[in-house]
Design a protein around this ligand. Sequence first.
Ligand SMILES: Nc1nc2c(ncn2[C@@H]2O[C@H](COP(=O)(O)OP(=O)(O)O)[C@@H](O)[C@H]2O)c(=O)[nH]1
Ligand SMILES: [Mg+2]
Length: 223
Amino acid sequence: MNDYVSVVIPTLNEENNIGKVIHGIRKNLRCKRCEILVVDGRSSDNTVSVAKKLGARVIYDNKGKGSALRKGFRSAKGNIIVSMDADLSNEPKELNLLVESIRIGYDVCMGSRFMVGGGSEDISGIRIFGNKFFVLMVNLLFGSKYSDMCYGYRSFKKKVINKLNLKEDGFGIETEININAMKAHLRIIEIPSTEKKREAGEAKLRTFSDGYMILKTILKNIF
Ligand SMILES: Nc1nc2c(ncn2[C@@H]2O[C@H](COP(=O)(O)OP(=O)(O)O)[C@@H](O)[C@H]2O)c(=O)[nH]1
Ligand SMILES: [Mg+2]
């Protein structure tokens, strides 16, 4: 139990959510040593001051969610890393399941909204359709058995981050992780996760343009 857990949270204008997210982590995450690492995309609101006031470490990256996550993963001090959104859509009580999956030997653990026990209050019909299409495509192309993709609530063994060879700057990052975890023959587990509705502020993902980016991510990685 000498683990050190880093919870990496990309943020862009989440001043009304980030405080509750940090409190939720503190209340629920069972760990002796942990850090909350906020990777801010140069928010124009008070996200950074709220996060700092509540004791999070803050670093900056303004190239997109994927770029922010990559920077956060590099900077994380923990041997276990959790990626979590800042909009209160990820349940902090699921944190221990994510962490435990790494403790018992998996390299990557991915929350899934489409397994028994999972769900989403925040995904539209068109995004469910797109997600299912991408999941099917990746499963056929890379021999995986994923039930979800494009969902950011995950955990990682820090040691395997380099093997994931991550390059995506935007919302293609989750898909890139799914594909490269398969290519690197990592030990992968999915666990059910319930996605709540974003509490305040606006979603940054644009269904069609980011959907196109995700498609490009899949095609790029075939070769
Ligand atoms: N640092 C950084 N974070 C971002 C960026 N875009 C989105 N995020 C964060 O990534 C998380 C997921 O974004 P969100 O808009 O909720 O996407 P959705 O849930 O897929 O609709 C949230 O914590 C956002 O604040 C960005 O360009 N930079
Ligand atoms: Mg969201």
